[in-house]
Design a binder for this molecule. Sequence first.
Ligand code: SF4
Length: 175
Amino acid sequence: MTQSAPIPHPELEADCTRCFGLCCIALSFARPDGFGHDKPAGLPCHFLAGDYSCSIHPRREDLGYEGCIDFTCLGAGQRASQQFAASKWRGDSAIARQLFARFAQLMKMQEIRRALVEVEEMNVGEEQEAERVMLLEMLAQLADGEGNGWDDVNADDVLANAQTWLRAIIARAKR
Ligand code: SF4
């Protein structure tokens, strides 16, 4: 698909030039959500070109693909693609499933990183600020590395801890 509004944090920007068009392949979409046709997860959109660009890019709005324009993966796509760049995922459905799973995990990771960045404006206090920075560093190590560290740590545990921390901060702010 493509990047929507620019985000003032480079670590949260999508770079479609370094991605295998993962949002146009791995994700499902449907007409009622702003897409011109229904597509199941795991199959390429029929407008995705061989070089992973969108063959109707300038006409997406006219053709009813506002959902593509609004979507951003926050940089998950290029990270997952680069981690699997050396693999033959197009011809191996098992590797493709691993790639799509990593993409989904990275999308969640990038969303949490964005939420942690946004919390900075809440002035959460010294102790929580130190925790926020530590969580951001842990997520950056996972998301921005080459992927070699993913087997050594449980990325889902890191994500769950960050989500729990965010929920507690938001609940406290509502009191
Ligand atoms: S219409 Fe273009 S941007 Fe949207 S899913 Fe298809 S190839 Fe991707």
